[in-house]
Design a protein around this ligand. Structure first.
Ligand code: SAM
Length: 278
């Protein structure tokens, strides 16, 4: 049975209909699954966290490679299927929960045992992709890498082809790369968008010495009013006391005074942050 047939079989057996509200698009393309697993470089020393395992297609391959796989799934029906499907695997654990509400740090710490690395591998629910990735980074978990299938548009934002606030968050915490673009025909049901698998490798040390809270506050304010110039956004947000103070700093940093936030580098934001700490 190939993956498509297996997925259809499981859906019939357990009387499942994909729940659109939970972003359920099941991956049925074996070559893409191979690329996710190879790209993640999961091996027998690893603890893997899989978010949104669904019917367990990717899980099955991860269980063959990893020391332990902890799955987090919100849909009770999927949880029951997974418990049944993987009951013979000691290395499998399932947590029924909303990933956004979980204390991932204590889950990881209490399961580390003799696992060397912790890796997140997932085909994420698209309606909360950014929230999940932001949480994984801001919770400062002991992760080595995050290999995830996401919307192509979001991938472009994360990897700096279309800068937004999250681009700088990724750049601060990780180095990122694209693994493969995935057409909508690789899923059932087909999503309305093209997808992409990306890999984020967590930095061992932050790239700059800077007050992180202040840096991310500035980035957030800069992108809240994307169409405005940086000078206007940051003056409105009271990062600067006046427009002239903002212009003076941009000139000192050799930046165009009409620059818009998406044209700054992380280093530019770091320099602004260091010069505006009160
Ligand atoms: N991994 C499966 C695959 O590749 O075929 C399913 C991926 S599907 C795109 C996303 C999965 O995330 C669904 O199984 C869905 O129920 C689950 N999910 C949605 N929201 C969630 C949440 N807040 N926390 C945990 N899982 C969630």
């Amino acid at each position: 049975m190939n993956i498509l047939e297996e997925t259809k079989f499981l859906m019939r057996k357990y009387n499942i209909r994909a729940n659109k509200n939970l972003g359920q698009n099941f991956l049925v393309d074996e070559s893409v699954i191979g690329k996710i697993v190879d790209g993640s470089q999961v091996d027998s020393n690893d603890l893997v966290i899989e978010i949104g395992p669904g019917l367990g297609t990717l899980t099955h391959f991860l269980l063959e490679k990893a020391k332990k796989v902890i799955c987090i799934e919100l849909d009770k029906k999927m949880v029951e299927i997974l418990k049944d499907r993987f009951k013979l695997y000691n290395s499998f654990e399932i947590i029924e929960a909303d990933v956004l509400k979980l204390d991932l740090k204590s889950i990881i710490n209490s399961n580390l045992n003799d696992c060397k690395n912790v890796k997140v591998v997932a085909n994420l629910p698209y309606y909360i992709t950014t929230q999940i990735i932001t949480k994984l980074l801001e919770d400062e978990l002991p992760l080595e890498s995050i290999t995830v299938m996401i919307q192509k548009e979001v991938a472009e934002r994360l990897l700096g082809k279309d800068n937004g606030a999250i681009t700088y968050c990724i750049d601060y915490y990780c180095t990122g790369k694209s693994i493969v673009e995935v057409p909508s025909t690789s899923f059932i049901p087909s999503p309305q968008v093209t997808s992409e698998v990306i890999k984020l490798t967590l930095r061992k040390e932050p790239p700059y010495e800077v007050n992180k809270e202040h840096l991310f506050k500035i980035i957030k304010f800069a992108f809240m009013q994307r169409r405005k110039t940086l000078v206007n956004s940051l003056t409105n947000a009271k990062i600067f006391n006046s427009k002239s103070e903002a212009i003076a700093l941009l000139e000192q940093l050799h930046l165009d005074i009409n620059i818009r936030p998406e044209n700054l580098s992380l280093e530019d934001f770091v320099n602004i942050s260091k010069n505006t700490m009160k």
